[in-house]
Every structure is written in structure tokens, then in C-alpha cells.
Design a protein around this ligand. Structure first.
Ligand code: 13P
Ligand code: SF4
Length: 311
């Protein structure tokens, strides 16, 4: 068994030899966060994937994120160090047959899909959005009514920030990790930390959003903590976000109290990647993301429309 230091050394050597870059989502295990070339939320990862001049992108996250990197870089090799069990369940809640049903029912209504969707679904959408820009995307559309899916909680967040009518599809769509949080959780944690600032991800249930100090994407949360004079924060999202914020605080030698809204808010699909798997992935160039050319072409239009929204 090689030790950790040796594996990291080899990863760095392989990265250089192959002109590869490691992109990782904010929920990745801390040891992966520490070696990533770039860490971010879904929007930042899209932008980075579009800008990189690396030949190989090793994507540490879940399936839809690696697919998005491939769609934006069809000529590059995009690898996921693990493909077993790295499928975001929400990303599979709005398949083409359900879209067809709603398209028939609302023929002239634009469809906005969360980036947490498959490439096939993105190819059928008018535009994509992330948790960082969903309201901006919807408000940019020239329509009174908008189909929005698959996250019903993100749809609620957008509805509060637009005069357009949002139709959430499919009924019940959402993230199993974020749906766990309840008002009771918030009350319990608030009793212990009455002065803590409450940060809630827009994938959380409406009652949590309604009681938040801030609702933000994962990187939005990071910015709030770093820019605030406050010392205590309740983190209403996946627990990996605490590692991510701590990592940035360590870099600037600051200490703040970060309290998870629930210790068991764990995205299993995000935790399947290890340092060993990254090393193997770089060495053997596995597991390569392969998508149909026509799907790439159409999905790219929906993603680029989002990236081109100004302001
Ligand atoms: P962010 O884009 O805010 O990082 O969210 C991605 C995600 O999957 C949250 O569950
Ligand atoms: Fe998907 Fe939820 Fe995991 Fe985010 S936290 S990747 S939405 S399952």
C-alpha cells in the first residue's frame, strides 16, 4: 500500500505529464478538496470547464457535473475517477418522457432546467440554471410562464423572486439530502447558538428558506462567511461544505464556528471518489465521459445561453 504522500506526488506527476486539471465540487471529501486545482459550485465549475486549456479534465463530483464539462469541451477527455454510485438522484428525476408530457400540455412555455439534470434533459431544455443564477435566468426570459425542474424547492426560491408564473416539474422533484432539513432541526441548533447566522441552500424546503438569514449556492455561502464580521454560522447544506469553508479560513488564518444544520446531511454520491481512484483515473485514463454528438450540440446551446446572461 502506497502512503497518501506518495499517491499525491504521483497524481501531481501524472497531471503534469498529461496536461490534466482536477476540478472538484465543494462537497468532495477534504483530502480531495486539498489537491484539486479548482474547487467550486456548479456555476463556477461550468465556467472553469469552459475556460481550461488542459487536455484532460478529471472531474471529482457527480455525473451531471462531469457531463456538463464534456458538453462544454467536446474535444477534450473528461474523466470521472468513479462511475459506480456517482449519479445525483435528482438529476434523473426529469427524463425526456416527462418533459414530452409537459411540452404537450404547455406548448409555448419555455423550459428552464437545473444544471442537476442529464445531458439528454439539457438537450430538450431552452436554458439551464444553477442555484447561483436561477432567478436571473428566469427573469431573463421573454415569457409570462416558465416550466422549471426538477427541483421544486429551487422553483419556490425563484417564484419568490420573479413576477412570472413558475410551473415546477415534476411534482415532488428534489434532493434527498436537502429535503432532510426541518424547522425542528433549525430550532434545535438555534437554541444552542442563538446568535449564529443561518445559511440555507435553495434546494432546502420552503420553511427553511423562509427562516434563513441568507439563501445561497455553496460558493455563495463561502463568500458570505469570508466577508462577514460574524463568528458563528449554521450551514444548511451538505456537510462537505464545512470542510470547504474551513479550508479557506485556514488559508487566511481565521477561525469561525461552523455548525452543520444536520450532521447526517451527507450526499453519498459525492463521497465515492478517493485519492487512489484519482491516481488510477489519471494513469489509465478512466472513466471517460462519452456522450452522443447531437445531444452535446443541443445541450451546449442551453448551457451557453445561461453562461451568456449578463449582469
Ligand atoms: P451548488 O451549485 O450550490 O454547488 O449546488 C450543487 C448541488 O448539487 C447542491 O446539492
Ligand atoms: Fe444531487 Fe443532492 Fe447530492 Fe447535490 S446533494 S449532488 S442535488 S443528491
Amino acid at each position: 500500500m502506497k502512503d497518501k504522500e506518495e499517491i499525491i506526488k504521483n497524481i501531481n506527476k501524472l497531471k503534469e505529464e498529461k496536461n490534466a486539471i482536477i476540478l472538484a465540487h465543494n462537497y468532495q471529501p477534504k483530502e480531495i478538496q486539498k489537491i484539486a486545482d479548482f474547487l467550486g459550485d456548479s456555476l463556477e465549475l461550468c465556467i472553469k470547464a469552459k475556460e481550461t486549456d488542459a487536455d484532460i479534465i478529471v472531474f471529482c463530483g457527480v455525473d451531471f457535473m462531469a457531463e456538463t464539462a464534456k458538453i462544454l469541451n467536446p474535444d477534450k477527455k473528461v474523466l470521472m475517477p468513479e462511475i459506480e454510485g456517482t449519479q445525483c438522484p435528482m438529476a434523473h428525476q426529469l427524463p425526456p418522457d416527462i418533459i414530452k408530457e409537459y411540452r404537450e400540455k404547455y406548448p409555448d412555455t419555455p423550459l428552464v432546467v437545473y444544471v442537476n439534470t442529464t445531458a439528454e434533459t439539457k438537450a430538450l431544455a431552452d436554458i439551464t440554471c444553477t442555484s447561483a443564477n436561477a432567478d436571473k435566468v428566469v427573469n431573463s426570459l421573454d415569457a409570462e410562464t416558465v416550466l422549471f425542474g426538477p427541483d421544486n424547492n429551487l422553483a419556490y426560491y425563484v417564484q419568490k423572486r420573479t413576477n412570472k408564473k413558475i410551473i415546477p416539474i415534476p411534482i415532488g422533484g428534489g434532493c434527498y439530502v436537502h429535503k432532510k432539513f426541518t424547522l425542528e432541526d433549525l430550532k434545535r441548533v438555534k437554541e444552542k447558538y442563538p446568535n449564529a447566522i443561518v445559511l440555507i441552500h435553495p434546494e432546502c424546503n420552503p420553511e427553511l428558506q423562509d427562516n434563513a438569514d441568507y439563501i445561497a449556492s455553496t460558493s455563495g455561502m463561502l463568500k458570505i462567511v469570508l466577508n462577514s464580521d460574524e463568528k458563528e454560522f449554521i450551514i444548511g447544506t451538505e456537510v462537505g461544505m464545512i470542510d470547504r469553508i474551513e479550508l479557506e479560513l485556514e488559508k487566511i488564518g481565521e477561525k469561525k464556528v461552523l455548525i452543520p444544520l444536520r450532521e447526517d446531511a451527507i450526499c453519498n454520491e459525492m463521497k465515492k471518489i478517493t485519492l487512489q481512484k484519482i491516481e488510477k483515473s489519471l494513469l489509465e485514463e478512466i472513466y471517460e465521459i462519452k456522450l452522443d454528438k447531437d445531444i452535446i450540440k443541443r445541450a451546449k446551446v442551453a448551457i451557453e445561453r445561461m453562461l451568456n446572461i449578463k449582469g
